[in-house]
Design a binder for this molecule. Structure first.
Ligand SMILES: [Zn+2]
Length: 331
């Protein structure tokens, strides 16, 4: 989720992004094969703040693969602390999509590990040409005013700094088609979902651990539809469902079993169907609240409804926005 959804700017960095990762499994001395179990460094979504996406760390023979880098400094500090704890360099950054809550920390990780590859689709180029300039102007106007708390102003300043450093956002290894790739000596299946949460999302199948890393194709409490192409997103979820995974790490929220994902997917399809009908927006929101109840934290129900009302009216039911996001952003 990006800069414009200013229902909810800002954050206190204090409690953010502390890793609750399980202790790493030490490799046996005679078996140097990497631990296949992905470690989740959870993102946060504090009140009145922008979110950090979840990060997932995979161990590979030549270092760590870090999937998504968060937005706030505390999240990157958690990732770097994890690398120190396991005693391995970050060899590869994978960005599931270009939203700054998943890419904003690339610069911090690259400062610590300058040789790390950045693996992503080239969709960032469309964002740099056709999306970030407006975000940047709004952010600069915000900073030029006296609005916001210090934490909110810091968050916006960090977003602008990320936008102004495109070299850290662009992939050194662009991915344009689905298939297996070698990342630091570990084979990982990358899938490209065109026109879904963004112009091209990456999602990952890690077969050894039966895990899908879904990025923002799955956001537990409410799908972040800011740059969504609804039809492509729906199709991508069908592709995810066809994978025989046992654990799915969403872009935000707690990991899901396959059955839990199926429930979430049905709620998503129901939301799209409702938005395409003549039903009042409030009915679509209420339908989501019922169908996705298991994924909505009780203390986040009000924000969830606010966001969903915005998304139904300003994205799903806005034909011009669907035309915009179901086509290349860069023109
Ligand atoms: Zn996100």
């Amino acid at each position: 989720m990006w800069l414009r959804l200013r229902l909810l700017p800002c954050l206190l960095l204090l409690g953010c992004g502390a890793p609750s990762a399980p202790a790493p499994v030490a490799a046996a001395p005679t078996a140097p094969a990497p631990d296949p179990a992905p470690v989740v460094i959870p993102g946060t979504f504090a009140p009145h703040a922008g979110p950090d996406g979840n990060s997932v760390v995979l161990d590979a023979p030549r270092g760590l693969i870090v999937v998504d880098t968060g937005r706030h400094l505390a999240h990157q500090e958690a990732l770097l602390a994890h690398a120190r704890a396991v005693g391995k360099p970050i060899a590869v950054i994978v960005n599931t999509h270009w939203h700054l809550d998943h890419t904003g920390g690339n610069a911090e990780l690259l400062a610590a590990f300058p040789d790390a590859e950045v693996v992503a689709t080239p969709a960032i180029d469309g964002a740099l040409a056709g999306f970030f300039p407006d975000s940047r102007a709004r952010g600069a106007a915000f900073l030029a005013s006296d609005r916001g708390t210090p934490a909110q102003r810091d968050e916006v300043a960090r977003d602008l700094a990320a936008i102004d450093d495109p070299a850290a956002l662009r992939p050194t290894r662009p991915i344009t088609r689905s298939g297996p790739v070698d990342l630091a000596g570990r084979t990982v299946e990358l899938r490209v979902a065109p026109f879904a949460a963004t112009e091209a999302d990456l999602w990952i199948v890690d077969e050894p651990s039966h895990t899908v890393i879904a990025g923002d194709l799955v956001v537990a409490s409410v799908p972040f539809l800011d740059t969504a192409c609804a039809a492509g997103w729906r199709a991508a979820l069908a592709d995810v469902d066809a994978v025989p995974f046992t654990r799915l790490v969403p872009g935000h929220g707690a990991p899901m079993t396959h059955a839990e994902f199926a429930t979430w997917r049905a709620a998503f399809d129901g939301l799209l169907d409702c938005a395409a009908s003549a039903a009042p927006t409030a009915d679509c929101v209420a339908g989501w609240d019922r169908a996705a109840a298991a994924f909505i934290p009780v203390d986040d129900a009000e924000r969830t409804d606010q966001m969903l009302t915005y998304y139904v009216d300003e994205r799903l039911r806005a034909a011009d926005e669907q035309a915009r996001y179901c086509a290349p952003l860069g023109g």
